[in-house]
Design a protein around this ligand. Structure first.
Ligand code: IVH
Length: 706
């Protein structure tokens, strides 16, 4: 037994081990490909683990056979001190944007003008989702081995992140991946792709980090970029990075080299690379179909598990691409299509914090004025402290701003390449910029709050909300009056609205006797709006119109509500523990309790009046409605009252219980959801007709009531 193994014998055995290792690598590679690229495994996880573990053990025992293209390197292990620079074999350029169908058509026309007319019949395009991640450049050698991977960097020189990229499961370590592929590896291949993370994986990671007090990321793109730029590849291996490849940068010695982008995509796929299945091809005469398809990207965006920031439209023929060439840092043969979304770059002059009505203290970007889609933008949202930290946005930075139709402009990211060194890191203030009261941030939340209800910044907003239509509905009282009366010290809390110093107001410019009388009357009238509207007016966090109504179905007065405990409140249908806690916290503060007493003392109705409701027919009784979009003649609030006064129920979101969706102009996602659930839609006119006739419009008779 202890006899030394004869030399030749040992050599044979070693050769057998080497062959077994080779075979195991092939198998593991193939099954990883089935699993991570094709999403179609053919063996069980346990069977796979057995193969993988056997390979790990053999490589540990026979270190002489270790290799960088072994799939075991995917677990990481290499720790770098810094990233080496890599020069790209060809410039890795970028794209110009098209923000509307018109701009996309103009891009096509420019393309046609630059191509000789005899080429026009051969013109075609690909349309590809523009995945938002980190661009990577992948090099393969003549044996088909993945030998080098880099970031894009400035387009000419990137950072070497080979060890990190090896941990990406979908990245082929050896091509072709399929063991019996008819393809042979080309002499040289350099491809470009995008490392990305799916939204759900990103959220799960952030949630875990937040619980453990670790660093979180602002968005999936930053998460992907941060993960691929880890110095310790074992850390990268733990991150759920995925990959799509979409461009061949260098191809030498291929048997049947592709001639078009579409063929490039097929070729890459055949070699075993992950290629996005949403990619499409169109011929030039079908350009309008391409536009129609591209215009659906917003919908596509919602369907995909990862974030895209538009579509890339590319001229298909590689020869055509060559003729078109580049312009500055952009390829002329491709364009990024982002209809409905607009972008601009400007300088971040300052970060201010804004105190909202509910006391939320949020950062706001002060921008050097910039035009986006014909609108001058000077401010944008920065969401919260973590957002700024995780994106490393600094005062003085050049930043990318986006504005999607009707939505508040957002700062999407800084452009660190443009830094001069004079930029300043911003710190979230620890005290309220308006009243100096210390700010609080509750565990698990990203927002800081000023909980001082007498905070002047909040007071103006609180007053504005209190007098608004949804709440106490005081005509002639708006933000101007709120600002003025708070500024002059006439209003120190909400109840002061009912004891304004009218003699002094009469002396103010623009406040003549008639106007003052009207205002007095409107204020007087509002006293009788009732406890539900008053509750809405208090502006308690999470207590809007719907919640206030649900709650006040269970209490006869605000005094009663004030003393309700959290359990009682949370037991009300539609009121969760979060809302209950918010209410209890609000009434737990002495000044807020005092406010109710003060309002009551000034004659504001804080209890339900047992008034007999006006006898009105209730044609909507038993039906639940949801309203979306802008109605022709009613505000949403008016429509809500219209329905409720006639016995109907109105809820905020579409569910199976929704009977009808009332649709106005520019309906939101509620319409799509309703269509999915097969819920019939109504116009405002249908609603009125129904109220008049006393029965639902013909053809819309639903089966049964709720
Ligand atoms: S093509 C034309 N195709 O979008 C060559 N880019 O500015 C330029 N991207 O840096 C890129 N998916 O990070 C192309 N299918 C795709 C893409 C894509 C995502 C990213 C990539 C690039 C940026 C374009």
């Amino acid at each position: 037994m202890d006899d030394p193994i004869p030399e030749t014998h040992a050599a044979e055995e070693l050769e057998a081990v080497r062959q077994r290792i080779e075979r195991l690598r092939e198998l593991v590679r193939y099954h990883q490909y089935r699993y991570y690229v094709l999403d179609d495994p053919v063996i069980s996880d346990a069977e796979f683990d057995a193969l993988f573990q056997e390979l790990v053990r053999l490589e540990e025992r026979y270190p002489q056979f270790r290799s960088d293209d072994s799939p075991t390197v995917r677990v990481g292990g290499f720790v770098a001190e810094r990233f080496e620079k890599v020069r790209h074999p060809v410039p890795v350029l970028s794209l110009a944007n098209a923000f509307s169908p018109q701009e996309l058509r103009e891009w096509r026309e420019r393309t046609l003008r630059m191509l000789p007319p005899e080429e026009h019949p051969r013109l075609g395009y690909t349309v590809e989702p523009k995945v938002d991640g980190l661009t990577v450049v992948l090099h393969y050698d003549e044996a088909g081995r993945f030998v080098l991977g880099a970031t894009r960097g400035d387009g000419y020189e990137g950072e070497e992140i080979t060890a990190n990229l090896r941990t990406v499961r979908a990245l082929p370590l050896r091509i072709p991946v399929e063991p019996d592929s008819p393809l042979r590896p080309p002499a040289r291949l350099v491809v470009r792709g995008e490392g990305y993370v799916e939204v759900a994986d990103f959220q799960a990671f952030n949630r875990r980090q937040a619980q453990e007090g670790g660093r979180t990321f602002a968005n999936p793109r930053n998460f992907a970029a941060g993960s691929l730029r880890q110095l310790d590849s074992r850390e990268t291996a733990r991150r759920p990075i995925k990959l799509w490849v979409y461009q061949i940068l260098v191809l030498e010695g291929a048997e049947n080299p592709p001639q078009t982008q579409w063929e490039c995509l097929q070729y890459l796929k055949a070699l075993g690379f992950p290629v996005n299945p949403e990619n499409r091809h169109f011929d030039d005469p079908e350009f309008e179909r391409l536009v129609a398809y591209a215009d659906h990207w917003q919908e596509l965006k919602e369907r995909l598990p990862y974030e895209i920031d538009g579509l890339v439209v590319k001229v298909d023929g590689l020869r055509h691409q060559e003729i078109l060439g580049t312009r500055g840092k952009d390829y002329r043969w491709a364009v990024a299509y982002k209809s409905g979304m607009q972008e601009a770059v400007t300088r971040l002059l300052d970060i201010q914090v804004n105190v909202g009505r509910t006391g939320a203290v949020t950062p706001r970007a002060v921008l050097e004025p910039v035009q986006i889609g014909g609108v001058t933008v000077t401010a944008a949202t920065l969401h919260n402290e973590d957002y700024i930290k995780s994106l490393d946005i600094r005062i003085g930075d050049f930043v990318v701003i986006t504005r999607a139709g009707g939505v508040i402009p957002q700062v999407v990211r800084p452009i660190p390449e443009l830094r001069t060194g004079d930029e300043r890191i911003w710190e979230m203030p620890r005290t309220c910029p308006s009243c100096g009261y210390p700010l609080v941030r509750h565990p698990g939340e990203a927002i800081w709050y000023c909980e001082n209800s007498a905070c002047p910044a909040q007071l103006v907003r609180r007053v504005e909300h209190f007098v608004s239509r949804a709440a106490m509905d005081i005509e002639g009282f708006g933000i101007r009056q709120a600002e003025l009366f708070v500024e002059l010290g006439f209003i120190r809390d909400l109840a002061d609205i009912y004891q304004l110093p009218w003699d002094r107001i009469l002396q103010l410019e623009g406040y003549g006797p008639k106007r003052v009388a009207n205002l007095q009357r409107a204020i007087q009238e509002s006293k009788g709006r009732g406890p539900t509207r008053l509750l809405i007016g208090l502006g308690i966090r999470y207590v809007g119109t719907i919640v206030a109504r649900l709650i006040m179905e269970h209490f006869t007065s605000l005094y009663e509500l004030m003393d309700a405990d959290q359990e009682t409140l949370a037991a009300i249908e539609g009121v969760g523990p979060k809302i209950a806690e918010s209410i209890v916290r609000f009434f737990g503060l002495e000044p807020n309790r005092a406010l109710i007493h003060k309002l009551d003392g000034l004659g504001v109705q804080v209890a339900q009046e047992r008034q007999e409701a006006p006898e009105r027919p209730q044609p909507f009784a038993g039906y639940t409605f949801v309203i979306t979009g802008t109605l022709p003649s009613m505000t949403r609030e008016e429509a809500r009252r219209f329905i409720q006064e006639r016995g109907g129920k109105v809820t905020d979101s579409v569910s199976r219980r929704t009977r009808f969706l009332v649709v106005g102009e520019n309906p939101g996602s509620k319409l799509r959801r309703a269509q999915q659930l097969g819920i019939p839609t109504l116009q405002e006119a249908d609603l009125r007709r129904w109220a008049e006739q006393g029965h639902p419009p013909e053809g819309l008779q639903p089966g049964a009531g709720d």
